[in-house]
Design a protein around this ligand. Sequence first.
Ligand code: SF4
Length: 321
Amino acid sequence: MSARCTICPRNCLIEPGKFGACGVRTCLNDSVTHADYGLLSAIHIDPIEKKPLNHYLPGASALSLGSFGCNLMCRGCQNYEISRASCQCGGFKLSPEKIIHTAKTHQCPIIAYTYNEPIIWAEFVCETAHEAKLAGLKNIMVTAGYATLDTAKWLFSDIDGANVDLKGFSEDFYKSWANGKLQPVLEILEYLHSIPDFWLEITTLLIPGINDDTQMLKQEFEWLAAHLGTEIPVHLSAFHPDYKALDIPCTPVQTIQKARQLAQDIGLKFIYPGNVRLSADTCCPNCANTLIRRQGFHIEITGMNHQRCASCGQIIPGVFA
Ligand code: SF4
């Protein structure tokens, strides 16, 4: 008998032995499950800045795990070798215990679920995060936030922070670029923002001529300021041609500069350029003192005293201890 998957808003009806749209969830014994539980495509030690999270334990190392598949279909996917691959194309398995042991052995206080969409391998993420938390580690997720609210409520229960890829700010864009919908992502963002002590940052990849329209960006920044607050860090990253979007050029530096200025004018306090040679230092929104200097993924904390600006005493949002 076929079964319906409720992990994400697609709600795929899956025939026995077939796969849902993400390519990895299947119908087995009348229920939906991940076809190859615990299968990973990659494990690396990354600086937390690479996720990117700029206000969560800056300078810490994150043991970063990826699996296969994705429940969005972005034309310009920059990880398509693993996001568009199904489980049958390789990979390796590690138990949660082995992952935790590896993190501890390599002085990684954080486990990051990243590289492909963690929502579609939710059960393994959940089990590993729970064990990691009991072992004194932190868990963070890099996600497009395309989950149902019911999934988010159990999936994020042991997750401490996330960077959510808000791909653009119109339903038309989500449909044509990612074959998805915007509204469910906004609901997940509001849910994550409501979790006590959960740390959230946002990334938007600016794609020339596709989602970099001033009006669309203005709507996005106004929504972020109104619903998630002006202190939420926002990463504005430059696109480069990839996958099925080889005809779109790289994002000009001026586009990132212009978008950053627009976000600042709307009141967002922490805007970080990505994939371009522009300063991504963290500065105090009150006195402009440089708090954290950044060169690539290397950081130096120069102007902070615990959670505060060392110059004016302003409390800086984030997890710094
Ligand atoms: S997680 Fe996969 S199988 Fe489940 S609804 Fe989403 S795309 Fe379909």
